[in-house]
Design a protein around this ligand. Structure first.
Ligand code: ZN
Length: 141
């Protein structure tokens, strides 16, 4: 039996996909998944426009850069379009940050920031997670 280290395992809240141009990608992913996006939201501080699709039990988030030099712009310049991050839902983001820091994980931002879709978010540094950019997110109530 697998040992559980935390009270309950994490759930994938969404997967973020970096895209070059929203209009075409938005239609393509709607066709692929058979569902229209339910919202589009700009997060100006992070220079990103997000487009969300709700699937069974999880979501897809498309990320388009709003400005040259933004994190998404840099990602696309370096690696091209594609999967950008995996976001895990947590109940208490500050407690999770402390738990993961104690285990040696590194963070890009240790102070939760306001993200899209009514969430507090923070990112683990991909160099501590085998190259995977991991987001933690907690609903803002
Ligand atoms: Zn995200």
């Amino acid at each position: 039996m697998l040992k559980s280290f935390i009270e309950k395992s994490m759930r994938i809240e969404h997967i973020g996909i970096a895209i070059q141009e929203a209009t075409q990608a938005q239609t393509l992913f709607a066709k692929l998944m058979g569902v229209e996006s339910y919202k589009s939201e700009e997060v100006v501080e992070q220079g990103v426009c997000t487009i969300f699709y709700a699937l069974d039990n999880t979501k897809i988030e498309l990320l388009q850069s709003l400005a040259p030099g933004s994190p998404i712009d840099k990602f696309i310049q370096k690696r091209g379009e594609g999967i950008h991050h995996i976001a895990f839902a947590v109940d208490d983001i500050r407690a999770e940050i402390l738990r993961l820091k104690a285990q040696g994980f590194q963070f890009i931002n240790e102070e939760p920031q306001r993200g899209a879709d009514q969430k507090w978010i923070c990112f683990l540094h991909p160099k501590s997670t085998h190259g995977v950019l991991v987001e933690l997110c907690q609903d803002i109530k």
